[in-house]
Design a protein around this ligand. Structure first.
Ligand code: NAP
Length: 472
């Protein structure tokens, strides 16, 4: 028997730290970590202790003997990683990263943003006795993209937030302020620095990229951010009313978000009813006429942005055909291309379908008053009643060195690295930012807060809804 990492892997490396034989890779300090699609267990070194399965926050690690036949693909994927990346003896000698012992008593830190990056930063800070953390979130519910970004049919991934419940001694040094905007008309950066030694910005990405092609602003063209927010009940997007009356939708871009959009649009509404999908979105999807979603990738299959585990999961959705043109995937090696080739020869069943196109760059969105389809660089016109733009997020990132913008100001997560990587990638990023902050504090580089009242209940500068507090 061996343990196997499967689709939900969030790459936060909780498993790496507890593995007694160092058989889970890439580790956060190995070069491939930032771009890895998931982590993998070396079946030849695993001692079947199960510590990784216990530590995994998203239940992604299973004994191979407990996997359903469909999931045996992951046994191969784990083993193949070690064939393509032959283990070096160094991998198994490396000690897990130790938490630096620093004196941080009295340190007060504000974190702006309550998504994964903010919570991983809070976790890293609260490990140190005497550190107090105030987290500020402009929405009335925490967890950012874990709540409003992860697709509702991926509940195991959402479960990653479950690890942000700390032991009581740490929890009482943490206060979450909901409904508090920092910047603009809200609370100022200076007001935060008045009350804290340091501020960490974990505000994610500011917005979406644009295509900058004619027709992009036609009604019926919707960005992934509002569309995902709509089905996840984001308060800013709850009223979106996408037109689902046409039979075909087009998704431009082929990252994991594009796969999420296509999967939700073709999902069986009865299956979605068991998830936490927003009720108005579920009602709309029940009435949807869409039976085909075309995903347009502007480059060839070798450059597809979706990850192999997500494609594999899509390929196993019951009652869904995933269509790929054999010519598009005739060349190239690796698990993703192999899987695409398998899909290219799989007979269609006539069910709802997702068509994955490559070398299909959009040059214009065409429509008279509303989007009616997309013209490609080849001249081809793909008719569609709904056009979703899923080409990644944008906006400025903070310019940092190891997470430091300047002494007292730090950034982590997408606000630091840009919009790449899954949820767990933020853990290593946040821990590095916190290490930098703690070193600055220990070196006396941070100014003491000028105001001593504890942030939270007694601060009346902004609305803090006590019923929303998670602090005990
Ligand atoms: P992404 O992975 O960066 O993909 C963006 C896609 O948009 C790419 O296919 C890109 O093509 C395309 N694109 C960009 N500009 C374009 C243009 N002007 N015209 C046409 N196509 C264009 O972005 P994402 O899907 O939003 O995901 C963001 C991050 O979240 C990723 O790291 C992703 O893995 C992660 N995520 C993970 C999960 C999961 O693990 N389940 C789920 C959702 C998101 P090029 O490659 O040619 O630039």
């Amino acid at each position: 028997m061996t343990y196997v990492v499967t689709q939900n892997c969030c790459s936060d490396a909780s498993c790496v730290v507890v593995c007694p034989v160092g058989c889970i890779h890439p580790t956060p300090d190995e070069p491939g970590f930032a771009t890895a699609e998931m982590l993998y267990i070396d079946p030849d070194t695993c001692v079947d202790c199960g510590a990784c399965a216990d530590a995994c926050p998203v239940d992604a690690i299973r004994p191979d003997t407990a996997l359903a036949a469909d999931d045996h693909w992951y046994i191969r994927a784990n083993a193949e990683y070690y064939q393509s990346n032959p283990p070096s003896p160094e991998w198994y000698r490396r000690q897990p990263r130790r938490i630096a012992r620093v004196s941080a008593e009295g340190l007060r830190v504000a974190i702006v943003g309550s998504g994964a990056a903010g919570f991983y930063a809070a976790t890293a800070l609260l490990r140190h006795p005497g550190v107090r953390v105030d987290m500020y979130e402009k929405l009335s519910a925490p967890h950012g993209l874990i709540r409003y970004g992860v697709a509702p049919d991926h509940p195991a991934t959402k479960a990653v937030a479950g690890q942000f419940r700390w032991p009581a001694g740490q929890q009482k040094r943490f206060t979450l302020h909901l409904g508090v905007e920092v910047g603009g008309a809200g609370l100022s950066h200076e007001a935060l620095l008045d009350r804290h030694h340091a501020v960490i910005y974990a505000t994610g990405s500011a917005g979406e990229r644009r295509l900058d092609i004619p027709g992009e602003d036609l009604p019926g063209v919707i960005g992934a951010l509002p569309f995902v927010g709509w089905y996840n009940g984001h308060p800013d997007h709850a009223r979106l009313a996408p037109d689902l009356t046409g039979r075909r939708a087009v998704v431009i871009g082929n990252g994991n978000v594009a796969l999420d959009l296509a999967r939700i649009l073709t999902a069986d509404p009865d299956a979605l009813a068991d998830t936490d999908i927003a009720k108005p979105a579920l009602r709309a999807l029940r009435g949807s006429a869409i039976d085909e979603v075309v995903i347009l990738g502007r480059r060839g299959a070798a450059h597809a942005a979706f990850t192999t585990p997500e494609l594999y999961a899509l390929s196993r959705v019951p009652g869904l055909d995933v269509i790929v043109d054999p010519e598009d995937v005739a060349h190239g090696d690796g698990p993703k291309l192999e899987l695409l080739r398998e899909l290219a020869v799989r007979p269609a069943t006539g069910a709802k379908r997702i068509v994955i196109r490559f070398n299909a760059a959009p040059v214009e969105i065409v429509g008279d008053g509303a989007a009616a389809g997309v013209r490609l660089s080849t001249g081809e016109f793909v008719e569609a009643g709904l056009v979703l733009r899923s080409i990644g997020f944008g906006g400025a990132t903070f310019d940092t060195v190891a997470g430091r913008v300047s002494a007292g100001v730090y950034a982590t997560g997408w606000a630091r690295r840009g919009p790449t990587g899954g949820i767990g990638t933020n853990r290593t990023c946040a821990e590095e930012t916190v290490d930098t902050l703690l070193a600055d504090y220990a070196a006396g580089a941070l100014s003491a807060p000028r105001r001593s009242e504890p942030a939270g209940r007694r601060l009346r500068l902004w609305p803090v809804r006590s019923q929303d507090k998670v602090a005990t």
